[in-house]
Ligand binder design. Structure first.
Ligand code: ADP
Length: 277
């Protein structure tokens, strides 16, 4: 077996057991909300599981809002061992890193060319002090862009499994069932194949609509196209998530701080160590 190349990224991520990259062909299909739901589900796999959530959507970071950390006290700290992620809970089982935490003004936009984005992605991968993680879920921008190429280039040394980390980074692809979204999904799939990135499976989001009155699921927005595509492409179908108005309401409540236990309470602003970024 070839000796893996050691880099600052591979050294930093050597304490992460599994890396899951969430991809989608199109924006707005629920990739970020799926990343959050995946991270929360993985957190529930065991009472001691530790999960990291890394937002690589540099121009449209939405994870801070979705986990209730879109508050001024949720900011990244610099310690001698690297950036301390912002924690969602007091037990520090779910840590989040996003460029959203680094902006002086959360409404600021980032207009960067490729090299600057690459530098930021390298820093996110090599300088965040995650500690021992069972899973690192990486939310990426839609499509296949510079960010994806940077990510996979920096993760490349981790593609050679070893005794400590038998699993290599792998992708989950999210799409809605509409034909246009599925066509773009095929481009994401082709990207994974070109770069030899294994695909764990496919999630069909916004698959049908849950009536807020009776809870019945209707097929107003289509359902099942993703499952057929997964079958055709030889992908594992991981499941479907219907359009659910409760999900939107919950995400809104979390971002307003109405959900007990979520968000700012456990953020570094309240209990962190180290210097302010
Ligand atoms: P992406 O990351 O693909 O751009 P998001 O995860 O930001 O998409 O989702 C876009 C919007 O759709 C968000 O407001 C999110 O709350 C909402 N959304 C995502 N999935 C669902 C769903 N299954 N039911 C209802 N709303 C959803």
């Amino acid at each position: 077996m070839a000796e893996p190349l050691e880099t600052p990224v591979s050294r930093r991520l050597s304490s992460v057991k599994n890396i899951i990259i969430v991809l989608s062909g199109k924006g707005g299909v629920g990739k970020s909300s799926s990343s959050v739901q995946l991270a929360l589900s993985l957190l529930n796999t065991s009472p001691t599981a530790r999960v990291g959530l890394l937002d690589l959507d540099l121009t449209g970071p939405s994870l801070p809002r979705m986990v209730g950390l879109d508050v001024p006290e949720a900011s990244v700290h610099q310690s001698s061992a690297g950036w301390v992620p912002v924690y969602v809970d007091k037990e520090r089982r779910l840590g989040v890193m996003s460029i959203g935490f680094l902006l002086a003004n959360r409404g600021d936009s980032i207009v960067w060319r490729g090299p600057k984005k690459d530098g930021m992605i390298r820093q996110f991968l090599s300088e965040v002090r995650w500690g021992d993680l069972d899973y690192l879920v990486i939310d990426t921008p839609p499509g296949t862009s510079d960010e994806h190429i940077s990510l996979l280039t920096h993760l490349h040394p981790l593609f050679i499994p070893n005794a400590e980390r038998p699993t290599t980074p792998a992708a989950v692809i999210v799409s809605t069932p509409q034909t246009t979204a599925l066509n773009d999904t095929l481009k994401s799939l082709s990207f994974t194949r070109k770069l030899a990135l294994p695909v764990i499976g496919f999630v069909e989001n916004m698959s049908g609509y849950v009536c807020p009155c009776c809870g019945e699921i209707s097929d107003t927005f289509g359902r099942g196209g993703g499952e057929k595509m997964a079958e055709r492409e030889g992908l594992d179908f991981l499941g479907r998530v219907p359009i659910d108005t409760q999900l939107v309401a919950l995400l809104d409540a979390v971002s307003k701080g109405d959900v007990p236990g979520a968000g700012a309470e456990g953020a570094n602003g309240a209990n962190g160590t180290g210097e302010h970024f």
